[in-house]
Design a protein around this ligand. Sequence first.
Ligand code: TRP
Length: 455
Amino acid sequence: MTSTSIHGMWSSRLAFILAATGSAVGLGNIWRFPYVAGQNGGGAFVLVYVLCVALIGVPIMIAEIMLGRRGRQSPINTMRALASAQGASSAWQLLGWMGILAGFLILSFYSVVAGWTLAYIFRAAGGGFTGLDAEQSNAIFLALVADPERLLAWHTIFMGMVMMVVARGVASGLEQAVRFLMPALFLLLLVMVVYAAQAGDFQAGLSYLFKPDFGQLLEGGGDAILSAMGQAFFSLSLGMGAIMIYGSYLSSQASISQNVAIIAVMDTLVALLAGLAIFPIVFAYGLEPGEGPGLIFHTLPVAFGQMPGGQFFGLLFFVLLMFAAWTSAISLLEPIVAWLVEHRSISRVRAAVWAGVTVWLLGIACLLSLNVWSGLTLFDKGILDLFDYVTANVLLPLGGLLIAIFAGWVLKTTVSRDELGATNGQLLYQLWRLLVRFIAPAAVVLVFLNAIGLI
Ligand code: TRP
């Protein structure tokens, strides 16, 4: 196996951390986490989510990066090469195929939601939030999602932005963007938490997020636990090969476990900060925490409309959210494009266009499901909600489970030790082995069984 990737390499260890954090931190933290936490009753959900990040997410992220760096190809070809090197079945490449499917589905709705963010940038810039009350804010959001043409325009622009970066190669464009973006987003979230603490019902928000009410969790019949696990996978970009391909561009010298610790902590912090910025406002204005995917688009404009300098902060917030979504979306397209380049020997530009246009078409189905096709539902969910639910709660955990099994049971310990720079007796290595072989796979399986009502 080669020690560099044909698709390029990160220029430094910091570049990898920035890119992987850029992938992890996105709409998942700021849009998805608050709305899913709100739908599942808050505190207990948050606790299970954090546990899933630590016990399932972290070991699987280590495994996923390790496999990517060892294979140095797109997830499909990496899994094929690694399986054959271990003398295991070539069926392991199915893991890569599942990731491609998940990537298409996630990016299609992700781009539509990123489009909402673009629309809100312009609204914020034009002073459209000034003096809004909760009802007016809701009306603005509902008018946006009811309008397929506007949704299509923003979705198209966003996919164009994603294709542009991926066509040029992620290593070149991404590093610069994330370097200033991440600190800025972090600071702005802090500003908003401070505002929420002063103007919102901070006490109510705090206890909603951090005081577990296990009755709420059990009421959902296992769905809340499944959603917490799904949120952990979604937020950490795990289980579909995005982190695997980013790992394949990482130098062999860098320490995987250290990097993963940093990425996981940052990602979780951003989600919790977003929750702390949003729920105090939700309670102060008597809004409904479980209202669903519109939550932040309904809540935050009210806060920006009231806060001093709100026009500026509102604009800044949606611009930063757009960047965060962009750096995440890039990582969703990259594994597909890398595979097309390897498999069809076409140029990166053509591969990005083909993959991007396919996602764009799927995205149209998602955006129509919000209006024209709203009657079309399966399990009570429209296309967008269904893609969101099925990818996060089924495909990603399943992908993660297979990654854990492969890294823990199939991959030779000489390989994993080499990749982690560990000796066999080293405590941290043994801890990772324990988590990736037993705890994480067992947890995923138990949560699945619980969700379908078998336990
Ligand atoms: N983690 C990103 C977010 O929170 C979304 C994302 C990017 C993703 N790449 C992924 C989710 C791969 C699952 C798999 O917004």
